[in-house]
Design a protein around this ligand. Structure first.
Ligand code: UTP
Length: 285
């Protein structure tokens, strides 16, 4: 699996000036850890994380820290020691640096040498957290096992928000569609459907081969959707309208809303949050 985490995080500045966007915590852990945990729950055993110069904190977070574990154990904090140890043992992790933020397609391409020879490659964007069961990447892998082609995660999106996403032109009915085209950030009028691409993919090596020859598209970036589109036009892409929810954490507003939701649902933290909100409401009156 490839986890692109080499972007600049400009929509979350100034918080992300020195702190990688993927390391901003959601609940009690960085957003990228939620993504890796979803992947592990989906059966993934190896992750290639694409970082950037200055984003070394991501690798540090997943590195083993026997000193910290020993200190916690020495203090009797065994539960915390387990949780810290588990982070470095989630799965096999490798890191590759994207020298410049030239787009999502370029980030995946940077990881290509490390996933060469794999039958298909999962891609997980860590700024969308999945809430639901079964895990989203696992849902896509199941479809791949039936269809043996590139699989996209699709979600219906209101027309007034569709221009933020890649949008699929589709054929068929039910939850699995044949994708005939993909358009990056179309205007509401030009969108071929209301099915937007979300941040999980299963890509066949053909997509990586297309990336080799994909030149810069929208925004001067090498877009993953341009490579997928060429395969879609050859009939080699399907999309799954998945079950469950994706929670965005890529902007301050979406991060706040997602944190509130995750903490609200947490067994320990939820009651504390509700009590605090009640207190704030009472003090306003
Ligand atoms: P985003 O567009 O959401 O992230 O890309 P960004 O570019 O960091 O953020 P903004 O738009 O400037 O606010 C989705 C994922 O793709 C990665 C990002 O790190 C994020 O996890 N990405 C994006 C790369 O790895 N390389 C890139 O060149 C661009």
């Amino acid at each position: 699996m490839v986890v692109p985490a080499g972007g600049l995080g400009t929509r979350f500045l100034p918080a992300t000036k020195a702190l990688p966007k993927e390391m901003v915590p959601v609940g009690d852990r960085p957003s990228i850890q939620w993504g890796i945990e979803e992947a592990v729950a989906s059966g993934i055993e190896r992750a290639v994380i694409v970082t950037a110069p200055g984003k070394e904190l991501i690798q540090a977070h997943f590195a083993a820290d026997p000193g910290l574990v020993a200190t916690l154990e020495g203090r009797g904090a065994d539960d915390l020691a387990h949780r810290v140890r588990d982070i470095s043992q989630l799965c096999q992790m490798e890191f590759v640096v994207q020298p410049e933020p030239l787009g999502l397609g370029h980030a995946v391409w940077c990881a290509a040498p490390l996933v060469q020879g794999e039958e298909a490659i999962g891609v997980m964007l860590p700024d969308d957290l999945f809430s639901g069961s079964p895990p989203l990447l696992g849902q896509l892998i199941d479809v791949y096992r039936q269809q043996h082609c590139t699989v996209l995660a699709l979600r219906r999106c209101p027309r007034d928000q569709i221009s933020r996403y890649g949008v699929a032109a589709v054929e068929g009915e039910g939850a699995i569609f044949r994708v005939t085209d993909v358009v990056e950030k179309p205007s509401a009028a030009a969108a071929p459907s209301d099915l937007a691409l979300m941040g999980r993919y299963v890509l066949t090596p053909e997509v990586i081969a297309e990336l080799e020859t994909t030149s810069a598209g929208a925004g001067g970036e090498i877009q993953l959707t341009d490579a997928i589109r060429r395969l879609a036009q050859k009939g080699a892409v399907v999309g799954l309208e998945f079950t469950g929810r994706l929670l965005d954490v890529g902007t301050l507003e979406s991060w706040l809303a997602t944190n509130a939701e995750i903490v609200w649902r947490d067994q320990e933290l939820g009651p504390m949050l509700r009590a605090r909100i009640q207190e704030l409401e009472l003090n306003q009156e």
